[in-house]
Ligand binder design. Sequence first.
Ligand SMILES: [Zn+2]
Length: 139
Amino acid sequence: MTTGTGDTKPYVVRPMMNRDSQAFWDGTALGELRIQVCNACGVKRFPPGPACPECGALDRGWVATNGTGTVFSYVVHRYPAVPGKEMPIVIALIELDEGVRMIGECVGVADDEIEIGMPLRVDFNRIDDDLTLPIWRKA
Ligand SMILES: [Zn+2]
């Protein structure tokens, strides 16, 4: 499937980018998986947001993670089809070594192989100049 604009790039569902998440996407473009950190109390968090859920401070920064974690939970998506994707898609909720969780697509992990506790390592799928998606592989 293409974008229908005459180019032959594969179509991808593009994530929402905004002021709160821009630093995350700037990081993936550089090969860094970043999470937000509260500059007042030090709590790390994901997804990013304007205020710290612990102390309410608005002073926030970003840190690069190790890019490793384990499967906390997962789903195998078989239907409906997703444009540009081969079914099934293995989607995990990954608990990062830093203690926060994020959702990601597992690549090279079979649907009958994924299991809770499986160690994963992030990799990066560069789509174009504006978008590099994090993906997860067996560590
Ligand atoms: Zn805080």
